[in-house]
Design a protein around this ligand. Structure first.
Ligand code: FES
Length: 137
């Protein structure tokens, strides 16, 4: 498993997403209410750029006429055919037994643990105060 430093936390505020390619895989990193999640930007249905779809919530109903809207901003709707996936897990809500979006673990690590080398001067003390978003592949 190789760690990939994505960006300082400040570059990905809550509700935003960042697209990138790692090892030739298109990936999007999401900040959902301060938590970070990674998804392969390829829909398991027919290959659309899944992560370019809108963020929505999950409509659930226990009785006719009773609709509860949960997981606001945690579900992504594929821009091609509208299938919905949980950003936290990749779970499909259309066909959960056959389809799942590929999810990647994303962590936040202190800048002092990931920024090395050219940012450390030999004769001057240098400190890094930001935390960084890191994905393990
Ligand atoms: S390609 Fe995503 S729902 Fe069809």
């Amino acid at each position: 498993m190789v760690r990939h430093v994505i960006a300082p936390v400040e570059e990905l505020p809550p509700g935003t997403r960042k697209f990138l390619t790692i090892d030739e895989r298109p990936i999007a990193i999401f900040n959902i209410k301060g938590e970070f999640f990674g998804l392969l930007n390829r829909c398991p249905h027919q290959g659309a750029a899944l992560c370019e779809g809108p963020l929505i919530g999950l409509a659930q109903s226990s009785d006719p006429g009773e609709i509860e809207y949960t997981k606001l901003g945690e579900i992504i709707r594929c821009p091609w055919h509208g299938w919905e996936f949980d950003i936290r897990t990749g779970q499909s809500y259309c066909d959960p037994r056959r389809f799942r979006a590929r999810a990647y673990p994303v962590n936040v690590e202190p800048g002092s643990a990931v920024v090395k080398g050219p940012y450390v001067a030999e004769t001057l003390a240098v400190s890094v105060e930001s935390d960084y978003v890191v994905v393990d592949l």
